[in-house]
Design a protein around this ligand. Structure first.
Ligand code: NAD
Ligand code: MN
Length: 476
């Protein structure tokens, strides 16, 4: 297959002003996959300036119907290229092919949603002083920088780029070093479908070089970031110098709360994939299970049995549920957590080892007897590790849930309506699901409380986040 390995600037693939390249490794085989050009500061300046010109000279003033048409064409072209997009994430990050296809479809769906949103997003007229007329405008910002991680590289890129473009901005997209291929493909496919040159620039490269240069560039009006809390904090600090707008989707340590009145058998069967999907490399992973004590033992038994049935292996096979972790470093980091759990005397009810000799695989691991101060209970692992803890009292359990500095997602299992509503109100997180494990809906806001982030992706909330609100008063 032909892999995109150059920067995507002004509607064409280009080499960098520098000679830096990043070697991609296929995590399922540990074999080198491709050498990708890494952008440097000169490329960032060129990309931002050209995006600014594209904004001023046309994109911001395009008739809504025309912008809708172009974004619909992009969506259609993404669907036509669905298999290619899926293969690129399969090869570069070990994404199981069935997930990779779903995520490619999700990206196309996101473009469709925002194509339709263009003409349905507008200001208001407001009655103010007598004899005057007051109205608001939702105006595009200019050039937006979007910086995305490697775990869901394609859909996250789409759900930042599409609303930013729909709102009339131009975009510079920086993919993670480990996952540049689908971002580059997005640039290429979008331009072939009619997006004018310069409106979307794609710059692979290191976070320290490209990320910092984007976040401090005076023409960048907003930075939309998904990644670790540590880097999010740094971006917010740098952005504060010129009061750049930021939206941050950061880490999580999401709870999965199961009451004894729930269909807990179904919860036990479905909960393993709520933490182990994407080999646990998911910001919404339900990595802390709170289970009411009266059903603790049968629940754990079912949960462990379901975990042992998960198919871990070659991501190119359609039946595979868990592929390798993304890199040797990511696996080593998860294994440090496991070493800590062993030292602290946690019980490994399942997993803990490497299931295959080749590839960065790690078994889905179920920990019991974890202490509330242990790293595995408190910190985001970003690997296939879950800790299960019994609880006796709802209020006490909620205090422990909310003691986390994170607040991204979570699940609540109960058949008692009052309890479902009460607990949904009480859990401090941006996204919750009752009797299900969903987190992401294209039409609904997605984002975190507390250290899990700032601002919202998806839904019409994302459109708001890519505009400035202007108020105009006209005296009569
Ligand atoms: P990361 O923070 O290391 O990297 C994310 C992106 O930031 C990458 O493109 C990286 O190159 C870039 N970057 C690195 N240093 C930078 C700097 N100094 N300035 C600007 N950009 C910089 O995160 P990761 O390891 O790619 O992804 C894992 C993390 O992402 C986890 O903490 C996870 O919870 C989080 N995540 C959150 C969400 C969400 O929606 N809340 C979704 C996916 C992942
Ligand atoms: Mn990282």
């Amino acid at each position: 297959m032909n892999l995109p390995t150059q920067l995507f600037l002004d509607g064409t693939h280009r080499n960098s002003a520098s000679a830096h390249r990043t070697t991609l490794i296929n995590p399922a085989t540990e074999e080198p996959l491709a050498e990708v050009t890494a952008a440097d500061v000169t490329d960032v300046n060129a990309a931002v300036e050209s995006a600014q010109r594209a904004w001023e000279s046309g994109w911001r003033d395009l008739a809504p119907g025309k912008r809708t048409e172009i974004l619909f064409n992009v969506s259609r072209a993404l669907r036509e290229n669905l298999e290619r997009i899926a293969q690129l994430d399969l090869l570069s990050i070990g994404k199981p092919i069935s997930d990779a296809r779903d995520e490619a479809g999700l990206g196309a769906r996101v473009f469709e949603y925002y194509a339709g949103a263009v003409g349905k997003f507008f200001g208001q007229t407001i009655p103010v002083a007598r004899g005057g007329f007051d109205f608001t405008l939702r105006q595009s910002m200019g050039v937006v920088a979007t910086i995305v991680p490697w775990n869901f590289p394609f859909p996250i890129a789409c759900w930042k780029v599409a609303p930013a473009l729909a709102a009339g901005n131009c975009v510079v997209l920086k993919p993670a070093s480990l996952s540049p291929l689908t971002a580059l493909a997005l640039g290429e496919i979008a331009h072939a479908a009619g997006l004018p040159p310069g409106v979307l620039q794609v710059l692979p490269g290191s976070g320290a070089t490209v990320g910092d240069a984007l976040v401090t560039h005076p023409l960048i009006r907003k930075v939309s970031f998904t990644g670790s809390t540590e880097i999010g904090r740094r971006i917010m600090e740098l952005a504060s110098r010129d009061i750049k707008r930021v939206s941050l989707e950061l880490g999580g340590k999401s709870p999965n709360i199961i009451f004894s009145d729930a269909d807990w058998q179904r919860a036990a069967e479905t909960s393993p994939m709520s933490v182990f999907a994407n080999t646990g490399q998911d910001c919404c992973a339900r990595s802390r299970v709170f289970i009411e004590r009266s059903i603790y033992e049968p629940f754990v038994e079912k949960f462990v049995a379901a975990t042992k049935q998960l198919i871990v292996g070659d991501p190119s096979k359609p039946e595979t549920q868990l592929g390798p972790m993304v890199s040797a470093g990511q696996r080593a980091s998860a294994e440090e957590f496991l070493a800590d759990a062993r030292q602290r005397g946690s019980k490994f009810a399942s997993g803990g080892g490497r299931p295959h000799a080749k590839g960065f695989y790690l078994e889905p691991t179920v920990l019991l007897n974890v202490g509330k101060e242990d790293r595995c209970w408190r910190e985001e692992i970003f690997g296939p590790v879950v800790a299960i803890m019994p609880f006796d009292d709802e209020a006490q359990m909620l205090r422990e849930v909310n003691a986390s500095p994170y607040g991204l997602s979570g699940s609540i299992w109960t058949n008692n309506l009052q309890r479902a509503l009460r607990v949904s109100r009480a859990v401090q997180s941006g996204v919750l699901s009752v009797n299900s494990h969903s987190s992401v809906h294209v039409e609904a806001p997605f984002g975190g409380f507390k250290s899990s982030g700032l601002g919202r992706d998806l839904g019409m909330n994302a459109m708001e986040g890519y505009t400035e609100l202007k108020n105009v008063y006209v005296a009569e």
